[in-house]
Design a protein. Structure first.
Lengths: 290, 310
């Protein structure tokens, strides 16, 4: 017998009744997984079922016989690809702008000598708490005066500004964790602040920047109210507006809705599962450990 | 919510020294502050201005009318109806999400096989667009063919189908359930972050002293977690208070205005009735309520922090 059996690890002492509590833990975590994944799986199954099975007396859990009519339907009859394209443009461009502008601001706040740094951060935080309904009407008036209604521009600018507080705060946190000695060494070599930013800070913080970008992309991709208010033409409407409008006059096309939900959610779910560790540390400020 | 965590870190690190480079530093903030100013601050002020006018987009009316929008609002039954639902929704969803989220977080602090998978799965409800969540719950809770009715019948919980969001009594609870589904896992991850900052040695010490898990939680973990719990609950409450997507897509405020909340009522006043003056008065009042909630929590938190320090 080795020494380890003599010096027992403290955790065993800490938890005497392990078997029962283990079972309980696994049971609870199973419930959490069902909670999180169940409704989406049901949506997936629904999207693959025949309409007559959906309105039968007894719901079928599995899509047998499998049918792809709903997917064909949303692309052929409902031009769903148009909404997807619009969403990609709006969310993509606004996220890129948001990252550039937000990262520069976060850099200035985290690494340069700015009086009232915390005042600026507090202001940015307060702005992110504004109820969006309070700005939608004035912005509508402004956009209409500028002739910006039904354009990509208006949504890009709005999503840029809505995303900035989040990006600034998260990247501020990231940049503060990079040792300042790096900046100092570069400054002694004669580098200007923006050079330091692009050559040193950005490369080091790149993983965090990518995750932050992913989170703000998801936020822009999912935004509904401004898209609803500012666009009325399918050529500019985004995915959430498209899905919200998926209602026929006499019945609700649950199968088509489910198919559209799966199409727009699947990439998000995939991205989230791939980047899960980074996302969790992004949204919790790096506090969740393995 | 993520900012809440960063806030605490900032305080820890604020003793750091900063290199001096004053003139240009503010210039780097100009694009960001300009965008935020143009899209958030200026419109809020413009909205305040609009709220004192009788602007309607469907008529040439556009004159200063003092506080009469607000007077009309306070006498408006629809406003108080929506106000009540918003408070109910905010209270119920924040409370449920905090309690269930704490439960989930406690499960996840334990080490077990597959914990990473559980945590990854928990991000799915958060990532799904709210509009999709609405439609998803619309289908799950469908009065005729919904899976929830079917399962509840099989397990003998109900005898006949419930017309969940189609009936005034169950519509708001259905919306609360949809929101709890979507947001609780996210809340749990935030609270998990808080729990993990509590050193394991503390609970271990308590258990060596003979504290059972229940006592360990209430005597050791809970008091230490309380500040993060309150901050998370505050951000959640502020967010819940502005609920729009779920209600607008699932019920549109119906049936019989039983799920009308302040955001949907404001939106209808703005974009259906085109009453920009009156709608702006509504949104300004919402804004004021948000400030009151935030300040209330803020004072409470400050008091607590001061107690902890002493």
């Amino acid at each position: 017998m080795s020494a380890s059996s003599v010096v027992r690890p403290p955790r065993r002492v800490a938890r005497p009744g392990i078997p029962i509590s283990r079972v309980l833990i696994y049971f609870c975590s199973l419930l959490i997984v069902i909670w999180s994944v169940g409704p989406f799986l049901w949506q997936l199954s629904t999207s693959l079922q025949l309409d007559r099975d959906l309105i039968g007396d007894q719901p079928k859990l599995l899509p047998i016989p499998i049918c792809f009519d709903h997917f064909v339907n949303i692309f052929v009859a409902k031009s769903f690809q148009r909404y997807i394209f619009n969403s990609l443009v709006v969310a993509g461009v606004s996220t890129l702008l948001c990252l550039v502008i937000g990262a520069v601001a976060a850099y200035a706040l985290a690494r340069l000598d700015i009086r009232g740094r915390f005042g600026v951060l507090g202001f940015v935080l307060a702005v992110s708490m504004f109820p969006q309904i309070a700005v939608v009407a004035p912005l509508y008036v402004l956009a209409s005066n500028l002739g910006w209604l039904d354009t990509y521009r208006v949504l890009i600018v709005v999503y840029l500004a809505l995303g900035l507080p989040f990006v600034i705060w998260v990247l501020f946190g990231h940049f503060r964790t990079i040792p300042t000695t790096l900046d100092e060494a570069a400054r002694l070599d004669g580098a200007r602040p923006l050079t330091i930013f692009f050559r040193i800070i950005v490369p080091i913080a790149l993983p965090g920047i990518v995750t932050t970008g992913l989170l703000s992309f998801i936020a822009a991709w999912n935004e509904f109210m401004f898209a609803l208010a500012f666009t009325s033409d399918i050529d500019r409407q985004t995915v959430p507006v498209g899905i919200a409008n998926f209602t026929d006059l006499h019945y609700v096309p649950w199968g088509d809705i489910a198919a559209a939900s799966v199409v727009v959610t699947f990439p998000l779910v995939a991205l989230v599962l791939i980047f899960q560790r980074k996302i969790i540390s992004g949204i919790t400020g790096g506090a969740v450990k393995e | 919510m993520p900012v809440a965590r960063t806030l605490t870190q900032v305080h820890v690190e604020s003793g750091m020294r900063f290199p001096r480079w004053r003139p240009g530093a503010w210039l780097l903030l100009v694009p960001a502050l300009g965008a935020i100013g143009a899209v958030s601050v200026y419109p809020v002020l413009l909205g305040l201005w609009l709220s004192f006018r009788n602007t309607t987009l469907s008529s040439p009316d556009d004159a200063f009318i003092g506080v009469s929008n607000y007077q009309q609002l306070l006498a408006d039954g629809q406003f108080w109806n929506a106000w009540g639902h918003t408070i109910e929704f905010t209270g119920a969803s924040t409370l449920l999400e905090t309690i269930i989220g704490l439960g989930m977080a406690l499960v996840l602090t334990e080490r077990f096989l597959g914990r990473g998978i559980v945590r990854a799965a928990m991000l799915i409800p958060w990532a799904i667009p709210t509009v999709v969540t609405s439609k998803m719950f619309g289908w799950l809770f469908d009065g005729q063919h919904g899976l929830v009715n079917y399962l509840a019948r099989i397990f003998g919980l109900i005898h006949t189908n419930i017309n969940w969001y189609g009936s005034p009594e169950f519509a708001l609870p259905t919306i609360v359930m949809a929101d709890v589904w979507k947001t609780t896992p996210f809340m749990a991850l935030l609270l998990l972050a808080g729990l993990q900052t509590i050193p394991r040695s503390l609970t271990e010490a308590a258990s060596i002293d003979g504290a059972n898990p229940w006592q360990q939680f209430w005597m050791v973990r809970f008091p230490l977690l309380a500040p993060s719990l309150l901050i998370a609950a505050m951000f959640r409450a502020l967010d819940a208070f502005r609920i729009f997507d779920l209600v607008y897509v699932l019920t549109g405020g119906g049936p019989a205005d039983s799920t009308e909340v302040l955001s949907t009522l404001t939106y209808k006043n703005l974009f259906s009735a085109l009453q920009f003056g009156y709608g702006s008065a509504l949104s300004t009042l919402m804004f004021v309520t948000e400030i009151i909630i935030a300040v209330g929590f803020g004072i409470f938190l400050l008091k607590r922090f001061r107690e902890v320090k002493l």
